[in-house]
Each structure stands twice: as structure tokens, then as C-alpha cells.
Design a protein around this ligand. Structure first.
Ligand SMILES: Nc1ncnc2c1ncn2[C@@H]1O[C@H](COP(=O)(O)OP(=O)(O)OP(=O)(O)O)[C@@H](O)[C@H]1O
Length: 925
């Protein structure tokens, strides 16, 4: 073995010590037996080593460790190895795959191999750090041996071997205690710290293989074989460099933590070897992987290994970002909620408040227990409450469950009022609240008496039918008062969705219980008088039939277990006393009507209104406006003027409103200090209410040929209607206008035919019919009208037209006519006659078969009006024209029978089924 002569270099002493130990230096590798074959070695100094490496790289066998482009034909070797001999890049041993002859040749070549240069240097043991050439690394030296070493060599001999221990905890490891590949470097800077540790900045310079660790002058030293990186330029190298760069930039995109400085360094790394070492030093790799990369001198191989590491790192990043995206939002929400809850808790603690949520749940439970719902409902509620306690208060589910439980807790499951039914008291209350309506009151008392005696809750539902403002609602209130029950009014006008009655299912947004349950909550007892208002205005569409739901509500067999969709629990409705109201009977759904007993409330005459105004409405309004009876006086004439000129209705709504308007104005005067007692006179009514709103159309109508006055019935009471007929030269056609329904049109055609067939007896020239077109119009044209009861009025208008004689003013008529001239009965006589009188009519022609209806008329009406009862058109026509009156009077006087018929009767306020089918034209309200 040839040994280098120790020069005067600082390494001379350790070199001497080492030389004796390196006679059997394995040529390469750690474990390979072949590779461990001893080869001759030469101890070199640092300078010699650098010179050797430079020379080697100049000869094109290596990549300069200090940077620069790779040299051509590079073969990684220790600097003195023959460049032609390929070696295993991992183990740095000669390649054995060339075959036996090759292997033989290698052995021969080995014998001629120049000695391996070995350099002995102080050994700085590293725990887990792996230093690469070209890297500058700050190191903390805290072991005594390391500090001692630095103290002795720095700054005079700053070259060291930077070797990584296999076991970082081992105190004084030998050769086997270190990883086989090391970095030769220089200590650039040293700093002493007060805690006794030493910080150094090292610059890695060359890679090397650790041959031996030995002690020299009490300091650890290592004998190292320097290694040179080699890279063969070409497509493979370019490709692998490209792949590495690409992977790196992808990693940078996914990992924002990579420093910009490092990214710039990678960008500027022109030498693939430096690029590889930079990445190896900075990637998150295990010590073993780094050592492997440090020992891989073939740059392409090293880069390929890095491609593997980079790809794995990229996969990890992608997977983690995917996982992050998946759980990110959920985690964020949960964390945020947790954080906020913590904050709330801390704030509550600071304020000395108790846990609000638990308090709320407790309160709710107490409320539920107090409401005493059936046991199964309570069990279900308990379950919901437990769920509620674990829900976040701001979650949608929380508010749904809470509101539902609130509803259940606020219902009068077991709260009822005790009936205190005393029939005498009941009568007193009904009389005190309502004028007249004797038959209705009587029926109500009978109804209540039966319910009291039978203690049965089953029975017909009373349905109060009549025009608006006739006291239906206030009768309901009085019934509740007589029984000492709560009163609830549920308006069903326009309800067309079953859910309005039965509630929406809880799954709907803003779901609510139906109106029945809402009404029960409002009144707070489970046995109120519940008035289903305007049942005649129920409609239905694709959302179901509310009338069908009402059937269940009203059926005593079923309503014990009424299930509202929202509540989802049975509620007993059987204790409720249901009443219904309607303006018209015809439009009440049939099945509902079957379950009801109808009590009809007729419209009021002027005299009745006057009485009711004085006895009920004026005292009520005075009290409501804070006035005493002496403050303002309403003489009869004034009230009558208000009734006639300011209202046109069957009921009392508008009258009450007008009286309220006067009281309001008087109240203002009183509030302003004018406390004079006022009297509202007919003359100054306009000052309080403005100009009159209605006129007596019938009385004011100018007599015109072709104009007659008919009578109509509408759900809001009776009305008068004018029939206008004109004839123009033409061919005998008939035009009908005024939004007339089919039966009214047919009445007009029948009237025409009757006229044509009886032209002679009616004193009309029959030839005129073919030479004129007739037009019949019924104002107001925007209001639909129908019904056959205008037949008599149409005939009258046509006769007046053809005879060119005006009908006597103040005469109105109603009745259906047949082609033979018979006059048939009609419905709504009371309302029609009252309407006629309101409009200034003095004489009314009615079908004789409606005589029975005259008993319903108030006596003053019968006294005021002349009523002609007729059975045939022959009896109508003589009463139409002034010129025929003499004859009529003669006939009238000559017929005591007719006189009897035209006398009025005295009974009134009769409870009857509504006259069906109504024959009167229907005008909307
Ligand atoms: N016979 C009567 N005696 C005393 N006051 C009455 C009488 N009839 C009606 N009223 C009064 O007339 C007003 C209107 O009556 P209410 O509200 O009961 O009418 P309604 O028939 O329910 O009307 P709607 O069909 O529009 O609901 C109330 O102030 C009521 O007290």
C-alpha cells in the first residue's frame, strides 16, 4: 500500500495515525464482500484532494461539486478511480452486470488501480442533520466532545467531516455508529452562547465515504474517501431535470409554506447535481433517504430518486387538500359553533347568568306539564325536548321543534270554562243585546235548553243566515255570554286551502296549525263558542277542500280526535259549541248545509233600524267615544235621514258607521273644549256627514215609455232594478244587455213571445214587431244579474214601449212569467219589498202565491205600501198605466176577495228555510 507522505499540512498528525489503519481500505460499499476487497490507498491533504477532484472533473469524469455544468463523460468515482469503469451508483461499487469476462477484466484492472485518495479530518458528529455539498447549515453543538473539537480546530483548521450518527443518542460512536456517506465541509463561523452551547455555520463542500473513525490527540477524526458526482448529459438527464422542476412547481402551488428564497434557489440551480442536492437537503425526507441521496453520485440516479420522493410528496399534498376540502367546511362550522358556545358560556359566567338554553328547555317543560296534554302527547314532547336540548339554538331544526312545542304547550288541553246556563238569564242577555228577532232568540233558547238537559254535546250546528249587519255575529257573542264561555270567531271567507282548517305539515317552511287550533289558543279554553263566519264563501282548489275538513270538525262522531297536521296529535273538539254564519244559503257546500239548522235573520225596515239605533247603536257608540247621552242628541228625524240618505242596506253596519262618524266629530269638539250639548238636526246632518250618499231612485225616476222597475234579491239584501226597452227600425231581432244570465235572457224571450201572441188583447199593432229591433238593457251593466223573477217587469217594459205609455212612477214588480201569461212565485220577498220601500216605491206587484211571505213584513211596511197580488199578466197590465187606473179601481172595489189579498198580515220575524230556488236576479254585493 502506497501511502502519501505526510506533508506539512495540518492533517499530517492524524494522517500518520490513520495511515497505519488504512492498509485494508475497502474499495467501495459497506456490506458487499467484493466491494470490501482491500485496495491501496493514499492519504491526501485537503489541497491535494481539491486538486485531485479538479483534475478529475477537468478530465471530464465528474461534475464539479462547487457548481457549474456537468462535465462530459462523467463517471462517479473517487477522484483517482479510472473514469472508464462504471460503478453502481447506489453503492458506488463497480458494476457487476457486465458479465464474467468483464468481471475478470475488472479484477485485472483493479490490480492496476491507482490508490484511493483518503483524507483524514476532524469529525463533527451530527445527530439527525445530513449536510449536502453546496449547502450552508447552521448547527448547534451542545455535546462536550463537539464543543471541544470546535474549540481546538477553529479558526486555524476549519475543515471537518460532517457525519450523521445512526443513533443520535450514542455518545462516542465508532465507525459503524455513523452513516457511510458524509460531507466534507468548512466551519465558516462560530458563536459561543451563554448556555455553554456553540453555534457554528458550516459550508458543505464534497461528498465522501466514511472509511474509518479514529481518535487523534483526544479528538474524533475520520478517514474519508472523497466522491465526485457525475452526470452524463443527454435526453435522460434533461428529462429527469424537467420532471423534477415540474413536480417541484406543482408542489409549490399546493404548499404555500415553501419559502420564496428556496424557490428562487431552485430556479437558479443550473447544475443538476446542485439542484438535486438542494432538493434533497430541503425536502421533508427521512435521514436514511437523505443519506442514500448523499451517497448517490450518479446525478441522473439521484434525480430519479428525487422524482419518486417529489411525486409522493405531491400525492400527499393533493390527498390532504382533498381531505381538507371534504372536512374543511364541516370542521369550520363545528369549530365556529364550539368557539361561540364557549364565548357565550364565559360571558354568561361573567354576568352571573345561568345557562339560558337549559333554562328555556326547563321552562318549556314546565309549561307543557301545566298544559296537561294527554299522556302520549307529553311522552312525545319529552322526546322532542331532549332532542331540543342537544340542538344548536341557531339551527333551523331547533326553531322548528321549539315552535312546535310552544304551540303544544300553549293549547288549552284541559282548560275549560264551567257552563252556567240559566235560561232566564239567557233570555235577558239575548233581549238586552238584540232588538226583536223573536223567533231566532226562541230557537236559540230551545237549543241551549236541550243541550243543558241532555248534557249531550251532539246536536245540529246552528247556522245564522242573513244579509250583512243583521246581528249574526253579535248573536253568537250573546250565546257565549249566556253560557259563560269564551267566544272565538273564525272567518272562512275566501278560504280555499284545506290546510287553513287542518294546518300545514311541520315539514313546510313557516308551517302553522289550522284556524281551529289557532282559535283555541287565542281563547285559551277548550269549550268556547266558536263561530265559523261566512261558511258560504268557502271555496276549494287543487290544495284540497276546506269544507271537507270542516265536516270532520263539525261531526260530533269524529271531532273528539281531530288531528291537525301541524300538531300531529289528536285534539278533542267535541266540547266546542259551533255556530256558523252565512249571507246566502245556496253557496254553502251541500254536505255542510246538511249538518246545520238554519236560522234566518231578515233585513230590517227603516222603523226597525230607527228603534235599534236609539236603543242599541247610539248608546253603544256614545260609550265607545267617551260621550254622555246628554252630550249629543239624535232626534228621530235625524236618524231617519241618516238611514234613508246615507245608508242603503238590509242590515245595520253602515248606519252604525255613520253614527260613529258623528260621535267621532262630537268627541273632537269636546276634546277641543267645546262642551256645549249638541243636537244633530236633519238640516245640519250634512255638516257632520257630508252630502247624502243615496237617493230614492224609484221616486225620482222620470216616467218614460219602455222603463219599468223590478225587484232583485242579493246576499246583501234586496235591491230595485230598472228594465229599459227601446225599439229601432229593423227586422224584429231582440238584443239583451246588462250582463244578464241565461234564465234572465230566457225570461226576456218568453216576454217577447207572450207579447207577440197577445198583441191584439194588449192593444199593440202586431205588424210592428217585424219592423223593429228591440233592445232590452238592465243597468248597472257591470253587475251580473240572473233569475227569472224579472219576467213581469220585462213584460211591463215592453208593453210600455209598444204602447208608448210610461208606467206609473213608484210602481215596482217582481214575478216569473210563463208563455201563457201566468205569474209564478219568487223568493226573497221580504228583502225585495223592504228594498222597494227604501227606494221610494209606493206600490208593489207580487205573485199571488207569495202571499204567505207578506206575514214576514213589518206592519209599518205593510201599511205604507200598496201590494198588488196577481196570478196572471192580465191582472198586471191594468195596473201599469195612469189611464187604466179608473178601471183598476173599479175592479178592486168590485172584488172583495182581491181586497182581502191585498191586505197585509201581522206576523213577522218567521224562522224559515230560505226560499229555494230563488227566482230573483242576483246582484253581487
Ligand atoms: N237586532 C239587533 N239589535 C241590536 N243590534 C243589532 C241587531 N242586529 C244587528 N245589530 C248590531 O249591528 C251591528 C252589526 O251586527 P253584526 O256584526 O252582528 O252583523 P253580522 O250579521 O254578523 O254581519 P256580517 O254578515 O257582515 O258578519 C252590531 O253592532 C250589532 O250589535
Amino acid at each position: 500500500m502506497k501511502r502519501s507522505k505526510p506533508s506539512g499540512s495540518p492533517a499530517s498528525t492524524p494522517a500518520k495515525n490513520a495511515a497505519s489503519d488504512v492498509a485494508d481500505v475497502p474499495s467501495s460499499g459497506d456490506s458487499n464482500d467484493d466491494a470490501r476487497k482491500p485496495r491501496s490507498a493514499r492519504i491526501v491533504t485537503w489541497d491535494e484532494m481539491v486538486a485531485l477532484l479538479r483534475a478529475d472533473s477537468r478530465h471530464g469524469s465528474g461534475s464539479e461539486e462547487r457548481g457549474g455544468r456537468p462535465q462530459t463523460g462523467s463517471e462517479t468515482r473517487s477522484p483517482s478511480s479510472p473514469s472508464s469503469q462504471p460503478r453502481d451508483s447506489k453503492t458506488n461499487s463497480p458494476t457487476k452486470s457486465k458479465g464474467r469476462s468483464n468481471s475478470n477484466k475488472t479484477r485485472e484492472d483493479d490490480s492496476q488501480d491507482p490508490p484511493i485518495p483518503l483524507i483524514p479530518l476532524p469529525l463533527l458528529a451530527l445527530g439527525r442533520e445530513v449536510i449536502f455539498p453546496q449547502m450552508m447549515a447552521p448547527l448547534v453543538i451542545d455535546r462536550r466532545a463537539g464543543i471541544q473539537l470546535i474549540d481546538r480546530i477553529y479558526p486555524s483548521e476549519p475543515r471537518v467531516v460532517l457525519a450523521t450518527q445512526r443513533n443520535p443518542e450514542e455518545e462516542n460512536p465508532g465507525t459503524e455508529g455513523f452513516h457511510p456517506f458524509v460531507c466534507l465541509g468548512t466551519i465558516l463561523k462560530m458563536l459561543k452562547f451563554p448556555d455553554g452551547s456553540t453555534r457554528v455555520v458550516c459550508q458543505g463542500e464534497f461528498r465522501g465515504r466514511l472509511i474509518k473513525v479514529f481518535d487523534s490527540n483526544g479528538l474524533p477524526h475520520a478517514l474519508v474517501e472523497p466522491l465526485l458526482s457525475h452526470a452524463e448529459p443527454g435526453v435522460e438527464l434533461d428529462a429527469v431535470v424537467h420532471a423534477v422542476n415540474q413536480l417541484f412547481s406543482q408542489i409549490v402551488e399546493k404548499s404555500p409554506l415553501i419559502s420564496e428564497e428556496f424557490q428562487v434557489n431552485i430556479l437558479n440551480a443550473n447544475d443538476p447535481s446542485v439542484l438535486a442536492d438542494l432538493l434533497a437537503a430541503n425536502l421533508n425526507l427521512s435521514v436514511e433517504d437523505r443519506i442514500e441521496l448523499l451517497g448517490t453520485t450518479d446525478v441522473v440516479d439521484r434525480l430519479k430518486k428525487l422524482v419518486g420522493h417529489l411525486t409522493r410528496q405531491l400525492d400527499v399534498l393533493e390527498l390532504s387538500s382533498k381531505l381538507h376540502a371534504q372536512v374543511g367546511s364541516e370542521m369550520n362550522r363545528v369549530q365556529r359553533e364550539h368557539f361561540l358556545r364557549q364565548q357565550i358560556r364565559i360571558i354568561q359566567e361573567e354576568l352571573g347568568e345561568s345557562d339560558k338554553e337549559n333554562t328555556e328547555v326547563e321552562e318549556l317543560w314546565n309549561k307543557l306539564e301545566k298544559a296537561k296534554p294527554p299522556k302520549e302527547v307529553l311522552v312525545e314532547c319529552k322526546r322532542d325536548l331532549d332532542r331540543l336540548a342537544n340542538m344548536h339554538p341557531s339551527s333551523a331544526e331547533h326553531s322548528i321543534v321549539r315552535t312546535h312545542l310552544d304551540w303544544i304547550a300553549s293549547l288549552p288541553w284541559s282548560k275549560s270554562t264551567r257552563d252556567r246556563l240559566n235560561l232566564k238569564v239567557a233570555r235577558r242577555i239575548l233581549d238586552a243585546d238584540h232588538y226583536n228577532l223573536e223567533k231566532v232568540k226562541q230557537r236559540i233558547l230551545e237549543y241551549l235548553a236541550v243541550r243543558k238537559l241532555c248534557k249531550s254535546l251532539k246536536g245540529p250546528i246552528l247556522c245564522l243566515v242573513g244579509p250583512p249587519g243583521t246581528g249574526k255575529t253579535s248573536l253568537g257573542k250573546s250565546i257565549a255570554r249566556t253560557l259563560g264561555r269564551e267566544f272565538v270567531r273564525i272567518s272562512l271567507g275566501g278560504v280555499h286551502d284545506e290546510a287553513e282548517i287542518r294546518g300545514h305539515r311541520r315539514t313546510y317552511v313557516a308551517a302553522m296549525p289550522g284556524r281551529i287550533i289557532q282559535g283555541l289558543r287565542k281563547c285559551g279554553t277548550n269549550n268556547p263558542v266558536m263561530m265559523l263566519d261566512e261558511v258560504d264563501k268557502l271555496s276549494h282548489d287543487f290544495r284540497g277542500d276546506p269544507a271537507a275538513a270542516l265536516l270532520e270538525v263539525l261531526d260530533p262522531e269524529q271531532n273528539k280526535t281531530f288531528r291537525d297536521h301541524y300538531l300531529d296529535h289528536d285534539f278533542d273538539l267535541s266540547k266546542i259549541l259551533f255556530l256558523a254564519t252565512a249571507n246566502a244559503l245556496e253557496t254553502i257546500p251541500h254536505a255542510l248545509r246538511d249538518r246545520m239548522e238554519v236560522l234566518e235573520l231578515p233585513g230590517y225596515s227603516e222603523e226597525e233600524k230607527l228603534l235599534i239605533a236609539h236603543r242599541y247603536l247610539i248608546p253603544k257608540q256614545l260609550a265607545e267615544h267617551g260621550l254622555a247621552p246628554r252630550d249629543v242628541k239624535f232626534p228621530d228625524d235625524t236618524v231617519r235621514k241618516v238611514i234613508v240618505d246615507y245608508t242603503r242596506e238590509a242590515g245595520l253596519r253602515n248606519l252604525e258607521r255613520e253614527l260613529a262618524a258623528i260621535c267621532r266629530k262630537v268627541a273632537v269638539k269636546h276634546a277641543e273644549g267645546d262642551t256645549r250639548n249638541l243636537t244633530i238636526t236633519p238640516a245640519n246632518v250634512t255638516e257632520w256627514l257630508g252630502p247624502p250618499k243615496f237617493f230614492r231612485e224609484a221616486a225620482d225616476q222620470k216616467p218614460t215609455p219602455g222603463l219599468s222597475t223590478g225587484l232583485a234579491w242579493t246576499p246583501s239584501g234586496g235591491e230595485i232594478l230598472f228594465i229599459e226597452a227601446t225599439a229601432n227600425p229593423g227586422k224584429g231581432s231582440l238584443t239583451l244587455t246588462g250582463l244578464l244570465g241565461d234564465s234572465m235572457r230566457e225570461s226576456a224571450q218568453a216576454a217577447m213571445s207572450y207579447l207577440k201572441s197577445h198583441a191584439a188583447s194588449l192593444a199593440i199593432d202586431p205588424n210592428r214587431f217585424d219592423k223593429a229591433d228591440v233592445h232590452i238593457h238592465v243597468p248597472a251593466g257591470a253587475v251580473p244579474k240572473d233569475g227569472p223573477s224579472a219576467g213581469v217587469a220585462i213584460v211591463a217594459a215592453l208593453v210600455s214601449l209598444w204602447r208608448e205609455m210610461p208606467i206609473r212612477p213608484g210602481l215596482a214588480m217582481t214575478g216569473e212569467v210563463t208563455l201563457t201569461g201566468r205569474v209564478l212565485p219568487v223568493g226573497g220577498v221580504r228583502e225585495k219589498v223592504l228594498a222597494a220601500r227604501r227606494s221610494g216605491v209606493r206600490e208593489v206587484i207580487l205573485p199571488i202565491r207569495n202571499e204567505k211571505d207578506l206575514t214576514e213584513l213589518p206592519p209599518e211596511v205593510r201599511q205604507d205600501l200598496v201590494i198588488h197580488l196577481v196570478a196572471h199578466l192580465d191582472e198586471v197590465l191594468p195596473r201599469l198605466f195612469e189611464s187604466d187606473r179608473a178601471t183598476q179601481h173599479d175592479n178592486h172595489a168590485a172584488s172583495p176577495e182581491r181586497a182581502r189579498l191585498e191586505r197585509s198580515t201581522r206576523s213577522r220575524g218567521r224562522v224559515t228555510p230560505h226560499p229555494l230556488p230563488t227566482a230573483a236576479p242576483v246582484r253581487s254585493r
